[in-house]
Design a protein around this ligand. Structure first.
Ligand SMILES: Cc1ncc(COP(=O)(O)O)c(C=O)c1O
Length: 392
């Protein structure tokens, strides 16, 4: 059958994460899922019940490719609270932010065009982009976000750059947040080099001590930033609901692509979320989520301080679900995971080499604290520290 498949399938690979967690007893820090015990099940039950009772026929009918007008208006209002200038016409409701990654690549990328990503970057984005057969350039990330000087060098020397893909807030996989200075410098650079920025920020509202710096989109005066938001981490990922904020022209074209891809998001889900935004105290719910993850972040970082060799560095996330480990430069985190941590200690993470668009680094790991219980965080980190000592 192989000769039936399109050439592009050669670059479409299975997820390096989903194949790792095979043993149900393993303490696994690899998953990127939110904590399901935080999903507002009762509120959603009421929302669906009310929608079906009062406007059932309408909610079960086809509706609009760009999203229900009332929901687009509600999202626009939330974006204005973030000082992002926008109207309903700048909003497209999506099947999760993930759909935005696909549609934006479909909108902008011809085979062989260049996408610039952070190194490391979100694996799901690489999966979405792969179908369009891009080339990559990559920019390293430090504690303040992507290195703008390296980006400028790339922009100076590279042809056919279609966009920069960045996750400025509580980055997946590193957990770091782009500083305000970097954001300003990035927008200035984008304006100077006519660069489109895809700002992917599903964790933005899941901050701990303080809110993140303003969104790149809020600093965009030239319509060159496409912002992707998501309800996955503040409500539930099973709803498959996110949104894009972009110039009217981009939204019009992205809507045409969405029409071809899936016609529209579920009218019922859009109606239920709209109901929730109107009738439910989402802000209090988000505060609860923040508090819960912050407790876990603190337990995790304390456990790592207590149990890890000084040789292992880790980031301090101010929000989101992840921290990023850096082992000594000669250390291979995948070999350690597969030959020691999993088989001998029953503890796992995602090896960092999976997260690079171009040149993998082998001495990192992504550790997530969202779905692991406090007790298992302590136990798992102690096991990982022990495994490392034994392996080295
Ligand atoms: C950086 C990043 N972008 C996008 C997504 C996809 O989010 P959604 O569930 O809204 O499709 C994720 C999910 O983990 C993510 O980490």
């Amino acid at each position: 059958m192989n000769n039936h498949f399109a050439d592009r399938m050669a670059s479409v690979k299975p997820s390096a994460i989903r194949s790792l967690n095979t043993n149900p007893d393993m303490i696994f820090f690899g998953g990127g899922y939110p904590d399901a015990s935080l999903f507002p099940v009762e509120a959603l039950q009421k929302a669906y019940q009310d929608v079906l009772q009062h406007s059932g026929a309408q909610a079960l009918q086809y509706s609009f490719s760009a999203g229900l007008p009332v929901l687009r208006e509600q999202i626009a209002r939330r974006m204005k609270d973030e000082t992002i200038e926008c109207s309903t016409d700048n909003i497209l409701v999506l099947q999760g932010a993930q759909q935005g990654l696909d549609l934006v690549a479909s909108l902008l990328v011809n085979k062989g065009d260049v996408i610039i990503t952070e190194a490391p970057t979100f694996l799901g984005a690489l999966g979405a982009f792969a179908v369009y057969e891009p080339e990559y350039e990559t920019v390293p990330v430090d504690g303040d976000g992507l290195d703008v000087a390296v980006l400028e060098q790339i922009l100076k020397t590279t042809k056919n750059v279609k966009f920069l893909y960045t996750i400025p807030d509580y980055h997946n996989p590193t957990g770091v947040t782009m500083s305000l200075e970097r954001r300003k410098a990035l927008i200035e650079l984008a304006n100077r080099y006519d660069l489109v920025i895809l700002e992917d920020t599903p964790y933005r509202e899941v901050y701990f001590d303080k809110a993140p710096p303003p969104a790149l989109k809020s600093m965009d005066t030239e319509g060159r930033v496409i912002y992707l938001g998501s309800f996955s981490k503040i409500l539930s990922p099973g709803l498959r609901m996110g949104w894009a904020v972009a110039s009217e022209e981009m939204i019009r074209r992205l809507t045409l692509l969405k029409l071809g891809a899936d016609t529209q998001c579920s009218t019922l889900n859009m109606s239920a979320i709209s109901y929730l935004l109107e009738n439910y105290d989402l802000e209090s719910h988000i505060k609860k989520i923040r508090a819960s993850y912050m407790v876990k972040r603190d337990i995790l970082l304390n456990a790592m301080r207590e149990n890890f060799s000084q040789e292992i560095a880790f980031t301090y996330p101010d929000g989101g679900l992840f921290t990023w480990l850096t082992f000594p430069s000669d250390f291979n985190s995948r070999e350690f995971l597969l030959n020691c941590a999993i088989p001998q200690f029953n503890v796992g993470y995602v090896p960092g080499d999976a997260f690079y668009a171009k040149t993998p680094e082998h001495n990192h790991a992504r550790v997530s604290f969202s779905t692991v219980s406090a007790e298992d965080i302590q136990k798992g980190i102690s096991l990982l520290g022990e495994a490392y000592k034994q392996y080295r």
